[in-house]
Design a protein around this ligand. Structure first.
Ligand code: SAM
Length: 228
């Protein structure tokens, strides 16, 4: 099976328990990270939220008035179905599109802003995904990305490693009843690049004026950059 299909199916399987596990396992810190990510966004009319999943980032940016309309792209129909319900209940203008971040079904320069929360590390080819973000963004537009990183302090690293190696896969397996999904998530977090290395990928994709800010002692990082 193609890797993209595999990822889409994996998220389809865990979709019903995704939000509960996210908020529960992070003690709601993931909500604070998304809020901070939205604070760093430049206000934009039309925003593309890549790997929108269950739409928590899209909801946050619309509620805070940072975006007027959001288009969400994702490989998982089940994640988006949950997102769609949440947005409909709040009467928020979000359009959900099934598709691959590495081959987006959008014209060049069609969005004023692009965002992505916890999506990039799932791409089979990060550079392809970032180049696509660059392509669909209008000149002057900002990309804002939230992704897991690696804490710099040693004692936090020990806790982080224990959490991602033991706590997350075990609780994830029990609650989602999926044997492999949360082991995959653990692997994807640990093998992914962060900080200056991630910034270099943004530069290679064509972005400039890059900034990054670690949050919660480096457990996650928010990246911003501009298309010139
Ligand atoms: C960890 S979830 C993050 C969802 C949401 N952004 C959030 O903040 O909770 C990752 C999402 O990325 C999607 N995804 C993974 N690879 C993708 C790709 N190549 N193209 C589009 N979506 C992708 C998955 O289907 C899943 O919904």
């Amino acid at each position: 099976m193609e890797e993209k299909q595999h990822i889409g199916q994996l998220f389809n399987r865990i979709a019903p328990t995704y939000d509960g596990l996210n908020h529960g396992l992070s003690l709601n810190i993931d909500r604070l990270w998304r809020r901070k990510t939205v604070q760093k966004m430049a206000p934009a009319k039309q925003v593309l939220d890549v790997a929108i999943g269950t739409a928590d980032l899209a909801i946050e940016m619309l509620v805070r008035g940072k975006a007027e309309q959001v288009t969400g792209l994702d490989l998982s129909t089940e994640m988006m179905a949950i997102g769609e319900e949440k947005c409909a209940a709040k009467h928020l203008p979000v359009e959900f599109v099934l598709g691959d971040a590495q081959k987006m079904p959008f014209e060049d320069a069609s969005f004023d802003g692009v965002t992505c929360a916890f999506g990039c590390r799932n791409f089979s080819n990060l550079d392809e995904g970032l180049r696509e973000m660059y392509r669909v963004l209008k000149p002057g537009g900002q990309v804002t990305i939230l992704e897991f990183s690696y804490p710099t302090r040693r004692y936090i690293r020990v806790l982080y490693d224990f959490y991602f190696t033991h706590v997350l896969p075990t609780i994830g397996r029990i609650v989602s009843r999926d044997k492999t999904a949360y082991t995959y998530l653990n692997r994807s977090v640990k093998s992914f690049c962060w900080g200056e290395t991630f910034v270099q990928h943004l530069r290679d994709a064509g972005f400039r004026d890059e900034h990054f800010e670690p949050v919660s002692l480096g457990i996650a990082t928010i990246y911003t950059a501009i298309k010139w």
